[in-house]
Design a protein around this ligand. Structure first.
Ligand SMILES: Cc1cc2nc3c(=O)[nH]c(=O)nc-3n(C[C@H](O)[C@H](O)[C@H](O)COP(=O)(O)OP(=O)(O)OC[C@H]3O[C@@H](n4cnc5c(N)ncnc54)[C@H](O)[C@@H]3O)c2cc1C
Length: 469
């Protein structure tokens, strides 16, 4: 290409949430963009992650509602699940979103290159015989399911989430290895669709990164739903047994099921892509970056699941946008990862933003905490949903964390993240009205209580309202 201006402003390697958001924003800012994708634009989230799993969970919700229709006075008979039709529904949702995304990318004038790319220098990506040179290269090759040593994935009885989304039947029984977000969501969906499910989690509780009280509420709800779980015990081995799998834990206890879903995390996709040879610093496959997604090479950035930040689509979006704006010369600030809303879309949903009580204490905060039980909320009572809103604040200071458990509570994470990221005091939030009857009122009630003026709460105020000067 000679020593002149590079042919493109940005070359993005990988068209998932992180890569395509970077490409869209860069194009919007007038930069010329090449986006290299070996499979389909939209990546894991659209094709094998967020979207199809939430469609599966919604089908499960419809099954549960049908089973329970009589509790609401509605006559209906649950006749079973046609998984082929559920899959067709999921595929329809994905196809519609995919069409929208490809149209959007084309409308911004982004050059999409179909093929497997490889970083050949700090400014070039090679795809087949073609080389694309950019003033800047953005690595966004994402992640793939991990497994454990000695645990062989066969795609029929021992599955990853990719296989689990393409099954031709609801398994009669399943062991889910891993009680994190993906494991909990599949356990919830499969149970709703009729499977016997047991989760195995090595740490002492399900969703171990969430507030402990949220995990306990989820466990109580799962017990009620007949979802089994074994916590605090490690997996030892798995072997084929007849038409299914036998799973042995470290204490030699045995679980047998038709399928084993391995949901023990995801590894970055970085091997064999030329990153190390081009001089990009990596650690255990993750590309290392600073707070502005810059690698150790000035012309290379990295975003999304490839870097050691929370593996969430909206984190990928934010990182992609940040890099596009930085390369375009706009001022940018680092992302506060504690301020990222996190949702597990099981039944019940578990959501949070900010710090857990343990994290807040570890950072030296003296905290005040209110748990508002959904039993006092009209909409939750209508839905026959159980759960709670927990809010913690620094004593006489801002809200530090919001933790939500209950049906559809993930929707409240949007307001919770605004409160946390705005560093609001409960006194700022307390006068703001929440529509009645909605579950969002529970968030309002928790802030009223923390501001010293509880409304629908038994017991004394946490502390008297501050005296006005
Ligand atoms: C089952 C499941 C459920 C999930 N649910 C949620 C959820 O509800 N909410 C949420 O926020 N997140 C969820 N996630 C996580 C979310 O999907 C990821 O965080 C997100 O997809 C990461 O985006 P990314 O762009 O970094 O990587 P990816 O989406 O993995 O995209 C990387 C892209 O790069 C391409 N690629 C890789 N190597 C090359 C190469 N050499 N050349 C060209 N192209 C290449 C791949 O084909 C892929 O399209 C879920 C994930 C899973 C697995």
């Amino acid at each position: 290409m000679g020593g002149g201006r590079p042919a493109h402003d940005i070359v993005v390697l990988g068209g998932g949430s992180g890569g395509y958001s970077c490409a869209l924003r860069a194009a919007e800012l007038g930069l010329s963009v090449v986006l290299v994708e070996k499979d389909k634009l939209g990546g894991t989230c659209l094709h094998r992650g967020c979207i199809p799993t939430k469609a599966l969970l919604h089908a499960g919700e419809v099954a549960d509602t049908t089973r329970e229709a009589a509790r609401f006075g509605v006559k209906a008979e649950f006749l079973g699940v046609d998984l082929a039709a559920v899959t067709a529904y999921q595929d329809g949702v994905v196809a519609k979103m995919y069409k929208g995304l490809t149209g959007l990318v084309a409308s911004r004038g982004i050059t999409v290159v179909a093929g497997t790319g490889r970083l050949t220098s700090p400014t070039t990506v090679q795809v087949g015989n073609d080389t694309y040179e950019g003033g800047h290269v953005v690595l966004a090759t994402g992640s793939a399911p991990s497994t454990l040593p000695g645990l062989e994935i066969d795609g029929t009885h021992v599955l990853t989430s990719d296989h689990a989304l393409r099954l031709d039947r609801v398994p009669a029984s399943a062991v889910v290895l891993g009680g994190g977000v993906i494991g909990v969501e599949f356990a919830s969906a499969w149970r709703s669709l009729g499977a016997d499910v047991t989760i195995v989690e090595a740490l002492p509780r399900l969703l171990p990164l969430e507030e402990e009280s949220s995990s306990r509420r989820l466990e109580r709800a799962f017990r009620k739903r007949g979802i089994g779980f074994s916590t605090g015990k490690r997996f030892a081995r798995a072997e084929r047994a007849g038409d299914g799998v036998r799973v042995v834990l470290e204490d030699e206890s045995v679980l047998e099921a038709e399928v084993l879903l391995v949901a023990v995390g995801r590894r970055p996709v970085s091997e064999g892509l030329g990153y190390a040879e081009a001089g990009v610093a990596t650690e255990r496959g993750h590309v290392l970056v600073d707070g502005l997604c810059r690698t150790n090479l000035p012309t290379v950035s990295a975003v999304g699941d490839l870097i050691p930040t929370p593996q969430l689509a909206h984190v990928g979006f934010a990182e992609g946008i940040l890099v596009a704006e930085r390369v375009a010369g706009l001022p940018v600030t680092p992302i506060d990862y504690a301020g990222v809303p996190r949702v597990t879309y099981s039944e019940p949903e578990v959501a949070s933003v900010g710090l857990t009580t343990t994290e807040a204490r570890a950072r030296g905060y003296e905290i005040e905490e209110v748990q508002y039980d959904l039993a006092g909320n009209g909409k939750a009572t209508i839905l026959r949903a159980a759960g709670a809103v927990t809010v913690l604040r620094a004593k006489d200071g801002p809200v530090l964390g919001v933790h939500l458990v209950g049906s559809r509570m993930g929707e409240l994470a949007a307001e919770a993240q605004l409160i946390y990221n705005w560093e609001a005091f409960p006194e700022d939030v307390a006068p703001l009205l929440h529509p009645h009857p909605t579950q969002s009122e529970a968030l309002g009630e928790a802030h009223l209580a923390l501001a010293g003026k509880p409304l629908h709460v038994h017991g004394p105020a946490l502390h008297p309202p501050p005296a006005h000067p």
